[in-house]
Design a protein around this ligand. Structure first.
Ligand SMILES: [Fe+2]
Ligand SMILES: [Fe+2]
Length: 180
C-alpha cells in the first residue's frame, strides 16, 4: 500500500458519509425527526475523522511532500482553504444543533449547513482524486509513498480512532432514517 492509496481509502469512507449527510438533510427538510444523538455522531465524524485524521494526513504529510517540489502549489492552497471552509460549516452545524437542543427550532439552519457540507464534500473529493492521480504518477517517488504510508500507519491511536469512526459510519448507515 502507498500513502496515496491510504488517502483514497479515506475518501471511500467519506463518500459513505456524504450519502448519510445527503439523506439526513433531505429527511430533515421533509419534516422527519432525526435524534440529536445521531446528529452529534455526524459532527463527531466531521471533527474526529475528517479534520483530525484525514486533513492532517493531507496537510502535514502529503501536501507538504508534493508541495516541496514546487508542484501543484495553487491546487494545494485551494484545498487548504476548502478545509478551513468545511471547518466553519461543521462549527455552524454544531452551534445550531446546540440551540436546537435548548428548545429553539433550528431544523432549517441545521439542514441548510448539512447540505452545504455535502456539496463541499463532493466537490472537494472530486478535485482531490484528480490531484492524487497526478501526484502519484508524476510527483511522488515509490520511496516517499512508502515512507508516508508507514507514517500514517505508525500512530496506533490514529488507527484505533479510524476504526471507531468507521463503526460509527456503519451504525449511521443502519439507522431507520437512512432506509428510504
Ligand atoms: Fe482535503
Ligand atoms: Fe481528502
Amino acid at each position: 500500500m502507498s500513502a496515496t492509496e491510504i488517502l483514497r481509502n479515506d475518501h471511500k469512507q467519506m463518500r459513505r458519509f456524504e450519502k448519510i449527510v445527503v439523506q439526513c438533510y433531505t429527511k430533515l427538510n421533509s419534516g422527519q425527526d432525526i435524534s440529536f444523538s445521531d446528529l452529534e455522531k455526524m459532527i463527531l465524524i466531521m471533527s474526529e475523522f475528517l479534520d483530525a485524521i484525514h486533513y492532517s494526513r493531507e496537510e502535514d504529510a502529503y501536501f507538504a511532500c508534493v508541495g516541496s517540489y514546487g508542484f501543484l502549489k495553487e491546487e494545494i492552497r485551494a484545498f487548504m482553504i476548502e478545509h478551513e471552509f468545511s471547518r466553519r460549516i461543521a462549527n455552524n452545524i454544531s452551534k445550531h444543533l446546540q440551540k436546537w437542543k435548548e428548545g429553539i427550532d433550528e431544523r432549517e439552519p441545521v439542514a441548510r449547513f448539512l447540505k452545504a457540507y455535502a456539496v463541499y464534500l463532493n466537490d472537494h473529493m472530486t478535485k482531490e482524486d484528480r490531484f492524487f492521480e497526478i501526484a502519484e504518477k508524476q510527483v511522488l517517488s515509490a520511496e516517499e509513498e512508502k515512507m508516508m504510508y508507514e507514517e500514517f500507519r505508525a500512530v496506533n491511536a490514529v488507527v484505533t480512532k479510524l476504526d471507531e469512526m468507521i463503526r460509527i459510519i456503519d451504525y449511521l448507515e443502519q439507522t431507520d432514517w437512512m432506509k428510504i
